[in-house]
Design a protein around this ligand. Structure first.
Ligand code: PLP
Length: 434
């Protein structure tokens, strides 16, 4: 059926959406309030009525919308070989992408399992950690993580999180020791909080020597947990702690990976080498479902000891889909060719500078950020929702997570567009959105 790009077509699309589509992670009564996106290019997006927005709300936008190199790569792969089941056959794009990822990761992190989503990737990482310990004849099943972390919406992945929306009916599929943040988000990023936070992790990891954790799973910057920037030195200390207890360090780079924080990976800010890295959103820039679980070769090698298969007992029919891998490869090409990690660092600094004067004014209690993640903290979730709504009236799309309003533009954004984000968000805040 042809899509009708007319005012009546837009109205019908809205009604159809309200009647038939069940939107994830949103209240039922939010129906009719969202932008009905119709087309997009770069950082601009048009709704079905033709209204133009600057989109700083897409958590997975690396290269912006409709980047010709990625569209071309996807179409070419779709026409050549859309995919095969990697449990039975293989294809070149998966090898090329795994090899390219290895080139961006430290040392031995050179074996990659592909999945379709970040949640699956984190879930696979937990299964890999548990299996690794079983293969070594020293079973471990406990995980230490942030209480305010978010690692996905599948049962195992959501069990890692203490955020209220992730609670679920299937009790304790995973033994988790949660660590609370020792300070509010405003204070946390100061370097002096690293020792406090590490002391809490030390208790969680080593408190019971008879029950060492199989893994510590953390994000380098808490996304859904409210855009919390962690203190410098924390991941370095955590690496040492994991080494002391022989625990695997799993870094969830689903949101932060591929340039979002101004480094290729968030853990690079602290110069650590994780045991497992999960990347997803930025890797395919939203053009195709894709996640990558990259593990150290020494972890991979233990899987020959698996008693049932002699290998990994995990996967999905579309894991490592050829089109997704081709898209991932094209995304990394663009990231390298256009210097998007450096651009993220430079544009992120400009964005943060521009927004900094809002701190302490218009209901904004904190302005913080890292790379192209800029966070305005409001006094309440209601005030944050009001600011995001007001920004939309200024034709700027931003994201709200609890009391945080986050501007996460594509890594391709330029200085003019950054200044536009600043102007529109500042105007929205001044008008009492906050
Ligand atoms: C840090 C982190 N981990 C995992 C996930 C889950 O990824 P997905 O939504 O692709 O399942 C998200 C999604 O927001 C995330 O931000």
């Amino acid at each position: 059926m042809a899509i009708q790009h007319t005012a009546r077509g837009a109205e019908r699309a809205q009604r159809r959406d309200e009647q038939y589509v069940w939107h994830p992670w949103s209240p039922i009564d939010a129906a009719g309030q969202r932008v009905m996106a119709d087309r997009a290019r770069g950082h601009r997006l048009w709704d079905a009525d033709g209204t133009e927005y600057l989109d700083a709300s897409s958590l997975n936008s690396t290269c912006g919308y409709a980047h010709p190199a990625i569209v071309e790569a996807a179409a070419r792969q779709l026409g050549r070989l859309h995919g095969v089941d990697l449990s039975a056959q293989s294809h070149e794009p998966s090898g090329l992408l795994a090899e390219r990822l290895a080139g961006h990761l430290p040392g031995g992190l050179s074996r990659t399992l592909f999945t379709n989503s970040g949640s699956e990737g984190v879930e696979a990482a937990c299964l890999i950690a548990a299996s690794h310990w079983a293969h070594r004849g020293r079973p471990r099943t406990r995980v230490v993580t942030f209480a305010r972390g978010y690692h996905g919406s599948t049962t195992l992945a959501r069990s890692l999180s203490g955020l209220p929306p992730t609670s679920h009916a299937f009790r304790d599929p995973l033994r988790v020791t949660p660590v609370d943040l020792p300070a509010d988000h405003r204070a946390l990023r100061a370097p002096e909080f690293a020792p406090r936070l590490l002391a809490d992790f030390a208790t969680a990891v080593g408190g019971d020597p008879s029950d060492p954790p199989m893994a510590v799973v953390v994000e380098p910057l808490l996304n859904v947990g409210g855009g919390a920037v962690l203190p410098p030195g924390f991941l370095r200390g955590l690496r040492e702690l994991c080494d002391t207890h022989g625990t695997l360090l799993v870094i969830d780079e689903v949101f932060t990976g591929v340039g979002r924080t101004g480094r290729m990976f968030g853990f690079e800010h602290d110069g650590v080498e994780p045991d497992v890295v999960v990347s997803s959103k930025g890797l395919s820039g939203g053009y195709a479902p894709l996640a990558a679980v990259s593990v150290q070769q020494r972890v991979y090698r233990t899987f020959s000891e698996d008693p049932v298969l002699g290998g990994l007992r995990y996967g999905h029919t579309t894991s490592g889909h050829a089109v997704s891998c081709a898209v991932g490869l094209a995304t990394l090409d663009v990231v390298e060719r256009e210097g998007l990690v450096e651009n993220s660092r430079a544009m992120g600094a400009r964005l943060l500078d521009g927004l900094a004067p809002l701190a302490g004014a218009s209901g904004v209690v904190d302005v913080r950020g890292l790379g192209l993640v800029a966070v305005l903290e409001l006094a309440s979730p209601e005030a944050a929702a009001a600011l995001a709504g007001s920004a939309r009236h200024h034709r700027l799309l931003v994201r709200q997570q609890g009391t945080a309003v986050m501007a996460v533009p594509p890594l391709t954004i330029d200085t003019d567009a950054v200044d536009e984000v600043v102007a529109r968000l500042s105007a929205a805040a001044r008008e009492g959105g906050g």
